[in-house]
Design a protein around this ligand. Sequence first.
Ligand code: UDP
Length: 357
Amino acid sequence: MKIVTIIGARPQFIKSAVISKLFLEQGIDEIVVHTGQHFDADMSDVFFEELRLPSPRYNLDIHGLSHGAMTGKMLEGIENVLIYEKPDGVLVYGDTNSTLAGALAARKLHIPVAHVEAGLRSFNMLMPEEINRILTDRISNLLFCPSELSKDNLRKEGIMASKDYKIVISGDIMYDCALLFASYAKSPMLSIEFPYLLCTIHRAENTDDIEKLKCIINTLEEISKETVVILPLHPRTRAKLTACGCALDDSPIKFISPVGYLEMIWLIDHSELVITDSGGVQKEAYYFQKPCVTLRDETEWVELVEHGYNKLVGADKENIISAIHYFLATKLAWNNNLYGDGHAGEIIVQELIESWN
Ligand code: UDP
């Protein structure tokens, strides 16, 4: 069996690690296409090295363009690969432009598509990720949902199991990743003061609105007077902060370069709590039993909010500070079964073999 995997952004490299390992064990011929969306050493290469990902057979080297141009170029590049390779199916992850381009190119060539992380919704159509998710789910044949709720979302949109669609609740592949790599977690080469809070910011809704971004940074600077805040800086956020004249070196926030996954899970595991607008980091906080303050107005991972592990605070100073104080003063009772049992990878690969072999 031959499967083409489309990846291009940091979270996709991480999610693919578990499945690529299982493909290798099962003797499945996996052809990895890297679209090039993330390309710097610390946003791409480090994951291939640390997580021992198979080297991409194709690197389309597409980045730094507008959404339309990027997706269009990817569509063309992926189509060429698929026409040449003639795989039994195409596997896409998450919600990036690479996800949508991969699914669309395959489906138009009548090649079956599997989507890992199907059915997640923020119900905010201003997010490019939401558009990518909805369209990818609509044209995928195998939809792997992390939870019952994500399956319900598909049902409400009219995507039902049929000859063309199969919906499988696999659990969250990122839980598998956290379990697989937890024992390899390693401290980044930094002097770290404990206790600390760990923060990431990269969502367009925060970085593209400079007033919002400044408000978040000012709030974190205020919090830094009480507790150290470590912030591995996404290139997009760094560019925005630099452009608006923010003096990163003079800030009390400990800004560092993006770290590899093994360092990131170490940083989460040793933190007091996590402050983020990332989808993946919200769940990793939960997997490592850390409360999460989410710098957004909504989340796709609503179970975390409902269970009291996560608070949505937007970019509002008072809300951010009060959520941090609340979590620092509260002992939570952790239940670790919201997104499956850590065997999503096995379920996904077994289903692919049954469906496509
Ligand atoms: N991550 C990382 N290094 C960092 C920041 C994040 O390895 O400096 C990992 C993080 O642990 C998670 C993934 O990147 O597994 C999340 O990616 P990101 O926040 O870019 O995207 P999202 O999950 O929001 O789509």
